[in-house]
Structure formats: structure tokens, C-alpha cells
Design a protein around this ligand. Structure first.
Ligand code: SAM
Length: 255
């Protein structure tokens, strides 16, 4: 399994130029038309909050949080070129650092009111480490909003098609076979990690979080009118959202 951090970060460094271009110039229906509104709604009113954006990429969601009045947004990402690109567009209350979401040792306990993980946990070999670290850097009562690839899609994901290309159904297979999945994104081979829903939820609970909400976002009529290509999202879930809260019980610290 490709758990070697150097290999994983190399993939993101290779992908970064195309990714940054796509995020800034592309028409990303799944994000703009579906996930952004769902994640923003899950974050709620961020006015005056200190927010951590874990796996911030080139900073697009950090900028949205800053624009919505967050007091401070810290975006962390393992990939230097992503952090540099985010930094170049910073507006003043957002800042960016190269850091591994599984080891946030440079951030003190109880620093943030809200943490966001927007399509980042699927990239991590060790979600327990990430959940422990996020729990540690949140204040008591702080929330952790996790948007992820749905485990039903992360397992196999492709459509079974008829000969003329018509989509029959999404293949769900190897669901209990957790671990690495390699696929092509914008011309680069990247590694994701598939886990079952049970594994995700148990990790959140084990690390001390309370599960406040769970959502499988689907487009509404207006979103579909703007992004007709999202109609598949009404057939099978592509994404899942967890809203977690740091309660009073403490969680194991970094080992
Ligand atoms: C799918 S992108 C999402 C970026 C951003 N959240 C967005 O929605 O545009 C995943 C990001 O996670 C970063 N990443 C991968 N492994 C990481 C790790 N261990 N710690 C922090 N960031 C990581 C990648 O460099 C990449 O920028």
C-alpha cells in the first residue's frame, strides 16, 4: 500500500498546476453546484470564528469562509505549491501553511472554533491521526465538518455502461476491502484510501467526537437547472457530509 508520505505528496505536487487551474478556471459542477452550498450550510454562521481548513488545496474554501466573516482562517495542506497558490490570493484574515493533517504539532490545543475537511480524509492513510489532531486543536464545543467521497463510491465507483455508453448503474464492489485506490485525475495518477462507513463513524467516535448530523447531498431543482450534469447525483450518492462536535470528554493525544 502507498502509505509513504513522500510518494503521496509527490502525486499532489505533480497534480498541483492542473488542479489549481481547474479550481480557478474550470466549471466544477460537483463543487459549485452541490458540495459548496452543503458544506457552507453545515458550517453555519462563521462570523467571528477561528477556522482551520485541513487539506485546503489552493485555498478556495478558505477564501469563502474568510469572505463570510470568519475572524481567522488557517489553511493547511501537505502540498507546497497548493499552499503557495493559496497564499498568493490571501486577503489578510486567511493564512496558509504546509502541514500534514495527521500531525498538527505546530498548532496548540484548543485553537479553533471550527475545522473543515473538504475532500481531504479520502487522501489520508491514517484518519484516526487526523481525527485526533483535529479534536485536539478544537475548543470544547467546536465543530468539525467533514465532506468526503461517499464510501459507496470510494470502493469502486465506476459506472457500468451499455455498449452505446448509457449508464446502467454504479458498480459497488470490494466495499469491505479497505485501502488504497489509484485513479487518474487531470492526467495524473493519484492515490485515495477507501474505508467503510463503519470505519469512518467509529473513528470519529473513538477520537471523542459526537455525531451531530450526517448528509448525503443531492441537487435541488435550482442547482440542477444551473448544472444539469448533476442529475446522476439523484441516482447514487457521490459525497457524504459529517457534522461532528467536540464534547467535554477528552480524546487520546498524539502518540
Ligand atoms: C481533493 S483536494 C481538496 C482541496 C480543497 N479542500 C478543495 O476542496 O478544493 C485534497 C487536498 O488535500 C491535500 N492533502 C493530501 N494529503 C494531505 C495531508 N496528509 N495533510 C494535509 N493535506 C493533504 C492535497 O495536497 C490536496 O490539496
Amino acid at each position: 500500500m502507498t502509505q509513504d508520505p513522500d510518494t503521496l505528496v509527490r502525486e499532489w505536487i505533480e497534480l498541483a498546476p492542473a488542479w489549481i487551474r481547474e479550481m480557478r478556471e474550470g466549471r466544477n459542477a460537483a463543487r459549485a453546484g452541490l458540495l459548496d452550498p452543503a458544506v457552507l450550510a453545515a458550517c453555519g454562521d462563521v462570523e467571528g470564528l477561528d477556522v482551520l481548513d485541513c487539506g485546503c488545496g489552493e485555498g478556495r474554501f478558505s477564501r469563502m469562509l474568510t469572505a463570510r466573516g470568519a475572524r481567522r482562517v488557517l489553511g493547511v495542506d501537505l502540498c507546497g505549491p497548493m499552499v503557495e497558490a493559496a497564499h498568493a490570493l490571501r486577503s489578510g484574515r486567511d493564512e496558509y501553511r504546509v502541514a500534514d493533517g495527521q500531525d498538527l504539532r505546530d498548532i496548540g490545543d484548543g485553537t479553533f472554533d471550527l475545522a473543515v475537511s473538504y475532500l481531504n480524509q479520502c487522501d489520508l492513510p491514517d484518519i484516526d491521526a487526523n481525527n485526533r489532531e483535529i479534536h485536539r486543536v478544537l475548543r470544547t464545543g467546536g465543530r468539525f465538518v467533514v465532506a468526503n467521497v461517499h464510501p459507496m463510491r470510494a470502493a469502486t465507483g465506476q459506472w457500468k455502461r451499455q455498449e452505446d455508453g448509457t449508464k446502467d448503474h454504479v458498480i459497488l464492489d470490494r466495499y469491505f476491502d479497505e485501502g488504497e485506490r489509484r485513479f487518474g485525475m487531470l492526467g495524473v495518477r493519484v492515490t485515495n484510501f477507501h474505508r467503510t462507513l463503519e470505519t469512518y463513524v467509529r473513528s470519529f467516535l473513538r477520537c471523542g467526537f459526537l455525531l451531530e448530523d450526517l448528509a448525503e447531498p443531492t441537487p435541488d431543482r435550482d442547482q440542477l437547472a444551473l448544472y444539469p450534469e448533476l442529475d446522476d447525483e439523484l441516482r447514487v450518492p457521490n459525497f457524504i457530509l459529517f457534522v461532528l462536535k467536540k464534547g467535554r470528554a477528552s480524546c487520546g493525544s498524539r502518540s
